[in-house]
Design a protein around this ligand. Structure first.
Ligand code: ADP
Length: 480
């Protein structure tokens, strides 16, 4: 019998239960990929725990009530309930409490409530192995919302598990929890390598306490050790560099499969790529754009946030208005960026169309019908959209940062093996220059089809990354 070990994976969101962004994609697919991996020697009992938000709708017969327990808070005991369900063989725990039930959304606008909710969830997560009488060998937390489960479990376990913290977005460190730790009987970190302000924030505290710190791409792991990306923690990350590494995210190839995607007007694969054009025609008609198969269609599928460089896209499109192209921008977020996007669409009717909302179906259609996916991110811990774009034949043009650098091979570097285009500076001029070059290459059909084919063939499955996680877990388990 192979020896088994257990992993408790905790996150604030997980697809298909509830998803806001890339973290939901990761927490929804990585534990399943690890569970299904043929590892040879040891069996892995990995289970997921997420908050039981009211937005998670599960049929009653699929949810089992497992236990009630209490979380110490100030001088009170807060009642908590834990439920379980099974998703494609993966056991998922759902933790409920008054505070979790009180928020309809995943991330509340009321930051104080959000902070208390995730502190409670992190503490409940740390108590879960004892409540369920389940021996956990590794606790794997993600981002600030669940980071404190690491110091919590270390504070009250006689033999704590090994711990892993994944950082998906460093600037969000959980500053809204400031001044609340004492209420949950947790002391600030005493690690003198941390700046004073970081000793009581979830992400820095957990980075100090964890046995392993991960980022979601190797380049981002290096970047957080520099002043440009380190959010003032770069000297700290440098001091702990031996336990910092990056593993690139994957995408769920069942969800993102152009050959069997119900949301597309026309499915296609590499062998019958000519069917792709029907998706472009559908978009041109739907959004009243000039109908012309040969016009390059530029697309954006993104949160509208300064991080994503959306403002650079607006400027570049103006700078390159003399070139033939059309564009569809899908995204919402920063109201100022939404307003600017609408102004751009008004200024360029028939050429630029904007949809300021979250629309899953339209996102699939844009990847399938677009020619170039614009991702000029100022920083990008991993990024999934570029991988989806490549799989759907929509060639990414992105800034050479974080996971974009790790997943796209630029035309400039290797025209024969290229999967997209990369540029360096976070300026509209640099973006325009790169876009102009890409538009020129769009006119050279053979070169274009080769880039597209390379991208469609690239392997972004979770299997590769899951294996790296398993190797890491095994190393940690050996040192238990
Ligand atoms: P982040 O997690 O920083 O938002 P990623 O590129 O890692 O960025 O993941 C974004 C995910 O959300 C992708 O699956 C992308 O298709 C999706 N997405 C982003 N904006 C929208 C939108 N407006 N409508 C539909 N899907 C979107």
């Amino acid at each position: 019998m192979p020896e088994a070990y257990s992993v408790l994976f905790t996150a604030s969101e997980a697809d298909p239960f509830i998803k806001v962004g890339g973290l939901g994609d990761v927490a929804g697919s990585l534990p399943k990929a690890i569970l299904n991996l043929e590892t040879g020697t040891r069996a892995i009992d990995i289970r997921l725990v997420i908050p039981y938000y009211t937005g998670i709708k599960l049929p009653e017969n699929r949810v089992q009530h497992l236990a009630d327990f209490s979380v110490p808070y100030k001088r009170e005991m807060l009642p908590v309930q834990v439920f379980s369900t099974v998703l494609d063989g993966l056991t998922v725990y759902l933790v409920s409490s008054e505070w979790i039930k009180a928020s309809a959304k995943v991330y509340d606008l009321d930051l104080e409530h959000s902070a208390r909710k995730y502190l409670l969830f992190s503490k409940a997560t740390a108590m879960l192995p004892e409540v369920l009488d389940w021996k956990v060998d590794i606790l794997h937390a993600n981002d600030w919302h669940t980071a404190l489960s690491i110091p919590f479990i270390q504070a009250f376990s006689r033999k704590p598990p090994k711990t892993v913290l994944s950082i998906h977005n460093l600037p969000f460190m959980g500053s809204e929890t400031r001044g609340m730790l004492q209420d949950f009987h947790l002391h600030p970190s005493t690690d003198t390598r941390l700046p004073d302000w970081g000793r009581e924030l979830p992400l820095p505290m957990a980075s100090s306490a964890a046995d392993q710190v991960l980022t979601v791409s190797p380049t981002y792991a290096r970047e957080i050790m520099t002043p440009q990306f380190g959010c003032d923690l770069d000297p700290f990350f440098l001091s702990i560099q031996d336990k910092v590494a990056g593993i690139l995210n994957g995408i769920d190839l069942k969800v993102w499969n152009p050959a069997a995607d119900d949301l597309l007007p026309s499915v296609f694969d590499l062998q019958n790529r000519q069917q792709r054009i029907k998706n472009k025609q559908y978009l041109q008609e739907k959004f009243n754009l000039d109908r012309n198969d040969d016009l390059p269609l530029l697309v954006v599928v993104s949160r509208f946030d300064r991080q994503k460089g959306i403002d650079l896209v607006f400027e570049s499109l103006k700078q390159l208005s003399w070139k033939p192209w059309q564009a569809i921008l899908l995204g919402s977020g920063d109201p100022a960026l939404e307003t600017s996007s609408q102004a751009l669409a008004r200024a360029m009717p028939g050429r630029v169309h904007v949809e300021n909302r979250y629309d899953c179906a339209l996102s699939h259609q844009l990847y399938a019908g677009g020619d170039i996916l614009l991702m000029p991110s100022r920083y990008e811990p991993c990024g999934l959209a570029q991988m989806i774009g490549m799989r759907y034949g929509c060639i990414p043009l992105a800034r050479a940062t974080g996971g974009l650098k790790d997943s796209i091979l630029s035309y400039e570097v290797d025209p024969l093996a290229a999967t997209g285009f990369l540029f360096n500076d976070a300026t509209s001029e640099a973006l325009s220059l790169a876009l102009k070059d890409a538009l020129d290459i769009y006119g050279q059909k053979d070169a274009w089809l080769r880039i597209q084919e390379n991208g469609m063939k690239a392997d972004f499955s979770w299997d590769k990354s899951a294996l790296q996680y398993v190797n890491l877990y095994e190393r940690l388990v050996k040192s238990l």
